[in-house]
Design a protein around this ligand. Structure first.
Ligand code: NAD
Length: 509
C-alpha cells in the first residue's frame, strides 16, 4: 500500500495559533520561584513553540534557556541540599506523599495536558501517564520509609560491626524525553529527592506542560525552595550545559542512544554518577504452542501502545513458521480494527506522532522497508476530519518479508511500524532477537512456561515478559544492556543510584 497524505491541501503539518489565541508562556522554576529566562522575552526566537501534535496548533511557549539559567538552577539546588539532605528518610517520604496527594487531585488535568501535548489518546494518558506519575511518588515514599533508604545493612566481624549508610549524592540533573513526560520525570524526581539530593529537571522541549504542572504542584505543597528546580530548553542550550556543569554530581538521562553518548562523554571526565536509559528494538517472540488469540491481543498492544513510541514496544515480531500465516492474518485484522484519531475521544486507541520531523523519520523507514524488499501489509496516512489535517498522523503499519538483518528490522523507528519475521527453531528466534545493537526489553509468547523462561534468559536485554508485556512492578530493576543504556533504576536500584553507600566500621571494646 502506498502511503498518501489525505490532507486536502497536501501541505505538511505547520504551526498556527488556534483562532489567533495567544499562547501560554511557561517559566523556569528556580529556587522556589517561577522566573523568566535569560533570553530576550520579546524575541520570538528566544522561545520554543509548544504545538499540539494532533492538530498542528501552537498552544504554549517554553523558554529557550541557556547556560546562565542552568547556572542559577544548579546554584539554587546546591544551596538547598545540606538542609534537605539532613532531614530523615521519614520526613522526606512525607514530602513525597504530600506531592502524590496534590498530584492525585489533578489526575484529570494531568491526563488532558499530556494528551494535548503528546497527541496520545486521553484514555491512555489517564490510565498510564496520570496513574503512574502519582504512583511513582507514592511508591518511593513507601519504599524509602520502609527501608530507611535501603541503608539498613550491617556486617558483623568478630571484633567490629560494619554499618552501611546511604548518603545523598548531591545535585542531580534529571533529563527526560517526550514520550511519557510526567511518568518519566516523576520516576526520577521522587527517588532523587527522597534520598536527599536536590535536583535540576530538564524536560523535553517538545512536551514541557506537565513538568510545569509538577512545579506548580510542588510550589503549592510548599516544598523547601531549591529542592526541585526546572529549566526549560533544548538539548544544546540547556541539556548540554547541565550535564557538563561542574557542580552537578549525578546525571539521570532517559532519551535516544545518540544523545546518551553525548551525555556520557560530557559527564565522564568529571566522574559523575550516571544512569542512561536509551533506545530499544525489542522482539516479541511467538511460539506455536501459544494461546493465539491472547497473543495477538498482547502483541498488538506491545507494538502500538502510544503509537509505538514507548522504548519497550515490541517492534519486531518473530513468529514460528507453523503458525506464521494464521498469526499474520489475525494480527493484520486486529491492527486494521484499531481506532485512530481525535486524542480527546475516549474510544480512540491511536493518536498522533509527536512532531512533523518525527513523522518524516518514521515514514522514511516505511519507504526504506520497500527498498529493502519488505511488503507493507497495512498502514499509510489515515483519513481524518479536517481539524486534524495539519497533525502528524500515520496508521499502524505492518511490514513483512524483510531480511531480519535489514535496517528497518534492526534500527529503532519509534513509531507505529512493526516488522514481522518467520523462524523455525528456538535457537534461530534467539539469534534474530539478539541481532541488534539494542538490548532493552522483549516478550515471549508460549504455552510452555519453562520454555518461556529458558528463552527469556538467552535474550540479551534488561527485561523480558512472558505471555504479557509492560506488566510493571515498580520494585524490579529497569534498564537495558548494549546500546540501550547503562545502569538500572526502579525499586532499590533507584535508591542505590541516587545515593552513595558509606561503610562505617565500629571496633568493639
Ligand atoms: P532525545 O535524546 O532527543 O532527547 C531526550 C532529552 O535529552 C530531551 O530533554 C532533550 O532536550 C535532551 N538533550 C538533547 N541533546 C542533549 C545533550 N546534548 N545533552 C543533554 N541533553 C540533551 O530523545 P527523545 O527523542 O526525546 O526520546 C525518544 C528516545 O528516548 C527514544 O530513543 C526512546 O527509545 C528513548 N526512551 C528510552 C526510555 C528508556 O527507559 N530506556 C524511555 C523513554 C524513551
Amino acid at each position: 500500500m502506498e502511503p498518501e497524505r489525505c490532507c486536502e491541501s497536501g501541505c505538511i503539518p505547520c504551526e498556527r495559533d488556534r483562532d489567533g489565541a495567544a499562547p501560554l508562556d511557561l517559566s523556569n522554576y528556580i529556587g522556589g520561584a517561577f522566573v523568566g529566562h535569560s533570553g530576550d522575552a520579546a524575541n520570538e526566537h528566544d522561545w520554543l513553540n509548544v504545538v499540539e501534535p494532533a492538530t498542528g496548533y501552537r498552544f504554549a511557549r517554553a523558554p529557550l534557556s541557556g547556560a546562565g539559567d542552568v547556572d542559577a538552577a544548579v546554584a539554587a539546588a546546591r544551596a538547598a541540599q545540606p538542609a534537605w539532605g539532613a532531614l530523615s528518610f521519614g520526613q522526606r517520604a512525607d514530602w513525597l506523599d504530600k506531592i502524590a496527594d496534590a498530584l492525585e487531585a489533578k489526575y484529570d488535568e494531568i491526563a488532558v495536558l499530556e494528551s494535548r501535548d503528546t497527541g496520545k489518546p486521553i484514555s491512555l494518558a489517564r490510565a498510564v501517564d496520570a496513574h503512574r506519575s502519582v504512583a511513582n511518588f507514592r511508591f518511593f515514599a513507601g519504599q524509602i520509609r520502609e527501608t530507611h533508604g535501603g541503608a539498613n545493612e550491617r556486617f558483623e566481624m568478630d571484633d567490629a560491626t560494619n554499618i552501611v549508610v546511604a548518603k545523598p549524592v548531591g545535585v542531580a540533573a534529571l533529563i527526560t524525553p517526550w514520550n511519557l513526560p510526567l511518568y518519566l520525570l516523576s520516576w526520577k524526581v521522587a527517588p532523587a529527592i527522597g534520598m536527599g539530593n536536590t535536583v535540576v529537571c530538564k524536560p523535553s522541549e517538545l512536551t514541557p506542560m506537565t513538568a510545569n504542572l509538577l512545579m506548580e504542584t510542588i510550589h503549592e505543597v510548599g516544598l523547601p525552595a531549591g529542592v526541585v528546580n526546572l529549566v526549560h530548553g533544548d538539548g544544546a542550550g540547556a541539556g548540554g550545559p547541565l550535564t557538563a556543569h561542574p557542580d552537578v554530581d549525578l546525571v539521570s538521562f532517559t532519551g535516544g542512544t545518540a544523545t546518551g553518548a553525548k551525555v556520557a562523554a560530557s559527564a565522564a571526565p568529571q566522574f559523575k554518577k550516571l544512569s542512561l536509559e536509551l533506545g530499544g528494538k525489542n522482539a516479541s517472540i511467538i511460539f506455536d504452542d501459544c494461546d493465539l488469540d491472547a497473543t495477538v491481543a498482547g502483541v498488538t498492544r506491545a507494538a502500538f501502545l502510544n503509537q509505538g513510541q514507548v522504548c519497550l514496544c515490541g517492534s519486531r515480531i518473530l513468529v514460528q513458521s507453523s503458525i506464521h500465516d494464521e498469526f499474520l492474518a489475525k494480527f493484520v485484522d486486529t491492527v486494521e480494527a484499531m481506532k485512530i484519531g481525535n486524542p480527546s475521544d475516549e474510544s480512540t486507541q491511536l493518536g498522533a506522532l509527536i512532531s512533523p520531523q518525527h513523522l518524516d523519520k518514521v515514514s522514511g523507514y516505511v519507504a526504506l522497508a520497500k527498498e529493502e524488499g519488505g511488503e507493507v501489509l497495512t498502514g499509510g496516512y489515515p483519513c481524518l476530519p479536517k481539524e486534524f489535517e495539519h497533525g502528524n498522523w500515520l496508521a499502524p503499519t505492518v511490514i513483512a518479508g524483510l531480511p531480519h538483518d535489514s535496517r528497518c528490522s534492526t534500527e529503532e523507528i519509534f513509531g507505529p511500524v512493526v516488522t514481522v519475521h518467520k523462524f523455525e527453531t528456538e535457537d534461530e528466534a534467539v539469534a534474530i532477537a539478539n541481532g541488534t545493537r539494542y538490548g532493552l526489553a522483549g516478550s515471549v509468547w508460549v504455552g510452555d512456561l519453562d520454555a518461556g523462561r529458558r528463552v527469556a534468559e538467552k535474550i540479551e536485554t534488561g527485561m523480558v515478559w512472558v505471555n504479557t508485556w509492560l506488566h510493571r512492578d515498580l520494585r524490579v530493576p529497569f534498564g537495558g544492556v548494549k546500546d540501550s543504556g547503562v545502569g538500572r533504576e526502579g525499586g532499590r536500584w533507584s535508591l542505590g543510584f541516587f545515593s552513595e553507600p558509606m561503610n562505617i566500621c565500629l571496633k568493639h571494646d
